[in-house]
Design a protein around this ligand. Sequence first.
Ligand SMILES: Cc1cc2nc3c(=O)[nH]c(=O)nc-3n(C[C@H](O)[C@H](O)[C@H](O)COP(=O)(O)OP(=O)(O)OC[C@H]3O[C@@H](n4cnc5c(N)ncnc54)[C@H](O)[C@@H]3O)c2cc1C
Length: 449
Amino acid sequence: MITPAIVWFRLDLRLTDNPALTTASVQNKGIVPVFIWAPEEEGDWPPGAASRWWLHQSLTKLDEDLQRHGSRLIFRRGPSLEALRTLIRECSAGSVFWNRRYEPALRERDAHIEQALLSDGLHVETFNSALLFNPEDIKTRSGKPFQVFTPFWRSCLSAAPDFRPEPAPEVRSARLPASLSLDELGLEPAIDWTKGLRSTWLPGETGAQRLLRRFADEALDEYPAQRDFPAVAGTSRLSPHLHFGEISPRHVWEVCSRTRTAGSQAFLRQLGWREFAHHLLYHFPHTTSKPLRAQFSRFPWRKDSKKLHAWHRGRTGYPIVDAGMRELWATGWMHNRVRMIAGSFLVKDLLVSWTEGARWFWDTLVDADLANNTLGWQWVAGCGADASPYFRIFNPTAQARKFDPEERYIGHWMPELETKDYPAQIVHHPTAREQALAALASVTESRKT
Ligand SMILES: Cc1cc2nc3c(=O)[nH]c(=O)nc-3n(C[C@H](O)[C@H](O)[C@H](O)COP(=O)(O)OP(=O)(O)OC[C@H]3O[C@@H](n4cnc5c(N)ncnc54)[C@H](O)[C@@H]3O)c2cc1C
């Protein structure tokens, strides 16, 4: 096309294997890359503090990468439709390209924007770049969405996927309009608590690719044996990079499936859980705040702000739970095994609703992701698809003995264990366990009535 095209960046902050960017670059005379900050359009789930910090760093890197290609990222504020229309006018653009998001509020918004732009006479094209499989394409034999992981993943794999990520295109820049500065979007916190985040992570596409290569070379083979031990660097730590789309899941797949080892199979299966989480969010959008298993909406959760606060701050008196909460606060990330232990402690030992846990994680995780967080919390609470049964209650002490036998993880995050400053246990686990089972019985009985 002879008019410039707008490429609307969202959670696809990369140049390689980015179908919206590649198609727009190939088809058009020049492109105008834009990022629009419009958190109020994300419904109940605008990005939390840790996500905003990451977003700021990631946008800086994307802007630098585009500048190396003779372009740059234009920053605007929402409302998104208004911002796009202004930009279209300023650049005389004839088309808009973007990669799809799957969060319920954003799907609704995007459908509205697409219709509006089409009726303005624009050419609009959207792509799946965040997932290996389109959530609409995977169905049970009777045409329904899956609610159990294993057949879901089998169905995905039956398509014999062979993913070939696209290299970065040649970016031909259109004449670019004025931009806000990134600082004007106000993403970074006014009080700087991000020292731990800065020393832990390297946001951006280059950091993501480096991490992937290191993981594939050094840890992939040992993944099945090491992935449950939080003191070991046994997992990829790619989750924030995948969430922000700094690397595509197809790229991760391609690199990690080169060897057909047990390590590779186990790791790709975890990417499958990410797909499953998005499949569920897509087909059951209410699950961000309500349990998929409806009978759990009557669960007698307790409101106990004191205990919730102790959990937030890592002062429950259970070292493995507290170490996890400290790791989260300091680095914006928590090892998966410890997410399960700390999550289980909140919902089963304290009987505080999983939605409180999901909210805290949402604000503090750098990889906060509506699909994965919802699935994780409903799994922990036993109220989601394919969830751990409610009556299987983690014993935090036994879990610590098994997965942190030398207390290296606990020792690292909890130096005060050696001092008198460490609190007593806020609940007695065996008693809490009995109470949780009684609460469960009340739910299963109420289902019978
Ligand atoms: C209560 C709870 C909340 C969670 N919240 C989130 C969240 O907000 N964002 C998030 O990305 N993950 C979440 N998870 C899933 C999981 O803990 C993280 O994806 C994982 O710890 C990230 O570390 P990694 O990249 O080293 O994972 P790896 O083991 O290296 O796995 C590779 C990738 O697969 C995906 N993945 C792995 N495990 C899961 C899983 N169980 N569910 C969905 N995807 C998975 C992630 O994208 C991950 O980066 C949550 C889990 C629980 C129990």
